[in-house]
Design a protein around this ligand. Structure first.
Ligand SMILES: *[C@@H]1O[C@H](CO)[C@@H](O)[C@H](O)[C@H]1NC(C)=O
Ligand SMILES: *[C@@H]1O[C@H](CO)[C@@H](O)[C@H](O)[C@H]1NC(C)=O
Ligand SMILES: *[C@@H]1O[C@H](CO)[C@@H](O)[C@H](O)[C@H]1NC(C)=O
Ligand SMILES: *[C@@H]1O[C@H](CO)[C@@H](O)[C@H](O)[C@H]1NC(C)=O
Ligand SMILES: *[C@@H]1O[C@H](CO)[C@@H](O)[C@H](O)[C@H]1NC(C)=O
Ligand SMILES: *[C@@H]1O[C@H](CO)[C@@H](O)[C@H](O)[C@H]1NC(C)=O
Ligand SMILES: *[C@@H]1O[C@H](CO)[C@@H](O)[C@H](O)[C@H]1NC(C)=O
Ligand SMILES: *[C@@H]1O[C@H](CO)[C@@H](O)[C@H](O)[C@H]1NC(C)=O
Ligand SMILES: *[C@@H]1O[C@H](CO)[C@@H](O)[C@H](O)[C@H]1NC(C)=O
Ligand SMILES: *[C@@H]1O[C@H](CO)[C@@H](O)[C@H](O)[C@H]1NC(C)=O
Ligand SMILES: *[C@@H]1O[C@H](CO)[C@@H](O)[C@H](O)[C@H]1NC(C)=O
Ligand SMILES: *[C@@H]1O[C@H](CO)[C@@H](O)[C@H](O)[C@H]1NC(C)=O
Length: 420
């Protein structure tokens, strides 16, 4: 190995990916020594972190922000016998790092590190403790590639760091780099190799004795809210939520599709409110964590549901299920209004996961009282309101036609009698 000058230059290029909300950014991080780049990583990440308030336990989704930078003091190319690693820092005292190792022909991520600062009230409102909390996972996390090859995984991949978890997506990464940019050769992760990024359900009529998924029925409507740091409600939602998930069943040894209704009194809500984005996180008994991300389009003065993430660890799952899509455009409504839809709506997230929504009313921005602001009603409901009017009008028209026909008929038959 050449001995580089001691100066370690590090820099970062952040880019918001087109069509993504500004909340879930794809960041590009580079560790450099002299003029040469040794580690380059490009990804978006969302952390699911559980913390305690005085009264309860909350789970929040923390997005690795656009403004993430490389922490040069704690990153290294691995010269002088140190471990090669990338340490990113974001916000007030949050860190996320990965260390690498190699055997000459393969390299891999062998440690993930997360430090979050509970004193950050914007991410962890009402936390009952303060200061940094560290988590480290020293294990093979499945991120590896042959030397001189870029690791690529655009599909969302969740890794649990003992208790919190991190979900990567749109990831490209290379360590021990031969040049200053990604090697053209790529190792593509398994999730990306199926064309749609996920296996499709293969339940066929060939096995009629398959135990059918539990009949879920219509989900109960729950009322959920998010409070801001000063304890006032800043996001309100009422809805019945039914998850439709395809996963690999351990007992049946095949992919099954299951409907799960969220039970409101077993579901806790948490989240974050912001001027241009807001999250609602619904957690049912630690086995199901569902996050909604709402964003404002300041040019059109409208908001919409732009992202949905699900993490599920149900009993029969071969491995925990994770799916995320942050380029959605659902429930669009004007700022200052709530959005309402009584009819069932299906929100497609990824090929293996969709949500059926029932009796929905939500207001993620501009909540000023405990009541929803006036609602903008979805198109289906508007159409359904028209149906009684149309049916009524049609019936009236029919009665009129019958009456006219009868009168004409009477006149005709009178005329008939006269000619005889
Ligand atoms: C490597 O070690 C030498 C001597 O200990 C030191 O001068 C140099 O700055 C170190 N280089 C790096 C990149 O830390
Ligand atoms: C994110 O990055 C983009 C492009 O670099 C920039 O235009 C935008 O202002 C950034 N957003 C934030 C919140 O920093
Ligand atoms: C929401 O947007 C604000 C500024 O636009 C940003 O500072 C904050 O990090 C965003 N929140 C999330 C969860 O991405
Ligand atoms: C870095 O590149 C510049 C210009 O290409 C060159 O002058 C300089 O010597 C290089 N530094 C090192 C350490 O290679
Ligand atoms: C929250 O509190 C419970 C019991 O009070 C404790 O067992 C748990 O470890 C705490 N969780 C965190 C993340 O601090
Ligand atoms: C905790 O619970 C008590 C009693 O239920 C309530 O008075 C108090 O406001 C709660 N505190 C917070 C921070 O929610
Ligand atoms: C980064 O390095 C500084 C100085 O060596 C150290 O105090 C700090 O704890 C390190 N941070 C992390 C996250 O390792
Ligand atoms: C990687 O590429 C560099 C430069 O092209 C070359 O020197 C090295 O032998 C390659 N390593 C492997 C394992 O192919
Ligand atoms: C699961 O199915 C595959 C192929 O269908 C078969 O090879 C395997 O043995 C099965 N495993 C179990 C545990 O039944
Ligand atoms: C939740 O609600 C159902 C029906 O409303 C009730 O049967 C059940 O006991 C409740 N469970 C808890 C933990 O409150
Ligand atoms: C915001 O709204 C304007 C006007 O409706 C539209 O042209 C633009 O694409 C929207 N931007 C985003 C990020 O959705
Ligand atoms: C999923 O659940 C099983 C059994 O409840 C547990 O052993 C496992 O640690 C859980 N996995 C994750 C990633 O939480």
């Amino acid at each position: 190995m050449k001995s580089f000058p001691s100066f370690v230059a590090l820099f970062i290029v952040c880019s918001a990916v087109l069509g993504k909300s500004d909340t879930q950014a794809v960041v590009t991080l580079e560790v450099k020594e002299g003029n040469s780049t040794c580690i380059k990583a490009e990804f978006s990440a969302v952390f699911s972190i559980t913390y305690n308030t005085t009264n309860d336990t909350r789970t929040v989704s923390v997005f690795l922000p656009n403004s993430t930078t490389v922490d040069s003091a704690n990153s290294s190319c691995g010269s002088n016998g140190s471990t090669p690693g990338l340490m990113a820092k974001f916000g007030p005292g949050h860190y996320f790092g990965m260390n690498f190792s190699t055997n000459g022909s393969l390299y891999s991520v062998d440690t993930l590190f997360l430090r979050y600062n509970l004193s950050d009230a914007s991410l962890f409102p009402e936390a009952n403790s303060s200061g940094p909390v560290d988590f480290e996972l020293s294990a093979s996390v499945g991120i590896w590639a042959p030397t001189n090859t870029t690791y690529r995984c655009l599909s969302p991949t969740t890794i649990t760091i003992t208790r919190p978890s991190v979900t990567f997506s749109e990831m490209k990464l290379e360590a021990y780099m031969p040049g200053n940019d990604f090697s053209p050769a790529e190792r593509v992760c398994a999730a990306d190799q199926t064309t749609t990024g996920a296996p499709t359900t293969t339940t066929s009529a060939a096995t009629p004795t398959t135990p059918s998924p539990t009949p879920a029925g219509t989900p109960e409507q729950g009322s959920y809210s998010v409070k801001n740091a000063s304890g006032t409600v800043c996001l309100m939602a009422k809805m019945g939520v039914q998850l439709n998930v395809s996963y690999f069943s351990q007992s049946q040894n095949k992919t099954v599709q299951e409907l799960l209704n969220l039970t409101p009194n077993l579901t806790s809500s948490s989240g974050l409110c912001g001027g241009t984005n807001a999250t609602l996180v619904l957690a049912q008994e630690e086995t199901t964590v569902l996050s909604f991300l709402f964003t404002v389009n300041s040019t059109s003065n409208k908001y919409h549901l732009s992202g949905i993430t699900l993490q599920a660890n149900w009993t029969d799952m071969m491995s925990p299920f994770s799916a995320s899509n942050t380029s959605l455009d659902y429930l669009r409504s004007s700022l200052g209004h709530s959005y309402m839809c009584n009819a069932e709506q299906t929100l497609f997230v990824v090929s293996t996961f969709s949500i059926n929504m029932f009796e929905l009313q939500v207001q993620p921005f501009g909540v000023t009282s405990t009541q929803f602001a006036s609602a903008e009603v979805c198109q289906i409901d508007q159409d359904q309101m028209l149906i009684p009017i149309i049916v009524g009008a049609a019936l009236a028209g029919l009665v009129l036609i019958v009456l006219i026909a009868y009168l004409i008929g009477r006149k005709r038959s009178h005329a008939g009698y006269q000619t005889i």
